[in-house]
Design a protein around this ligand. Structure first.
Ligand SMILES: [Zn+2]
Length: 205
């Protein structure tokens, strides 16, 4: 495989990118001057080095060098947030969307993806083991809000997670609510406007 083909192959692994788009990306880079390509490659390296995964919610974050807490993000380590309410989201972008709306004051857990309907090994696709551990060991937790996309994959994931954690939930008397039910069918959290999100959060059931 020559260098161009190797580059195309790397772009193909990006989410939602097919072979033709991957090829367009590769050719686009070839048309740029070297300063563009250099800053792109050094930024990727820097991001990989600086950005960490939060030990509590598993989102990616940049630790504040002045902060004493280096393994938890600024949301999880914020005492003013409601530590008893945990919102389950599929991806970092969903968390960002909810944060931008400014309507939620609890904490999060990022599952890391959703489950395709026929998935043989769910534990490889989402952080279900980490979630079980978190729910079991978290003494403050009183409510879990499922904020997954209102599409079949999102609903399937919510069902799988709810069934898996139900023994712990019952034992600890934790309330479960669903944000997706306040959203229109097919809605993806990533593209929802703040007002819709605000009312979905208020009317969660
Ligand atoms: Zn966190």
């Amino acid at each position: 495989m020559n260098t161009l083909e190797k580059l195309v192959e790397l772009f193909r692994q990006f989410p939602g990118i097919g072979p033709r788009q991957a090829r367009r990306f590769a050719y686009f880079l070839l048309t740029r001057d070297s300063s563009y390509v250099n800053s792109l490659s050094s930024l990727i390296r820097e991001a990989k080095k600086e950005i960490k995964k939060c030990a509590s919610c598993h989102r990616f974050f940049t630790p504040n060098p002045k902060s004493k807490i280096q393994d938890e993000c600024e949301i999880c380590s914020d005492d003013t947030r409601e530590q008893n309410t945990l919102m389950l989201v599929a991806r970092d972008v969903d968390l960002e969307m909810v944060e931008k709306s400014g309507t939620y004051r609890g904490v999060y857990f990022v599952l890391g993806g959703t489950l395709p309907i026929l998935e043989d090994s769910p534990e490889k696709k989402i952080r279900i083991k980490n979630l079980e551990l978190r729910v079991r060991n978290d003494r403050k937790l009183s409510e879990i809000i499922f904020a997954l996309n209102a599409n079949p994959e999102g609903e399937h994931t919510a069902e799988f997670v709810a069934v898996t954690i139900s023994p712990i939930i019952k034992e600890k008397n934790i309330k479960i609510s669903y944000l997706g039910r306040g959203l229109s069918t097919g809605a993806e959290l990533e593209y929802i406007d703040p007002d819709t999100l605000k009312s979905a959060l208020k009317n969660r059931a």
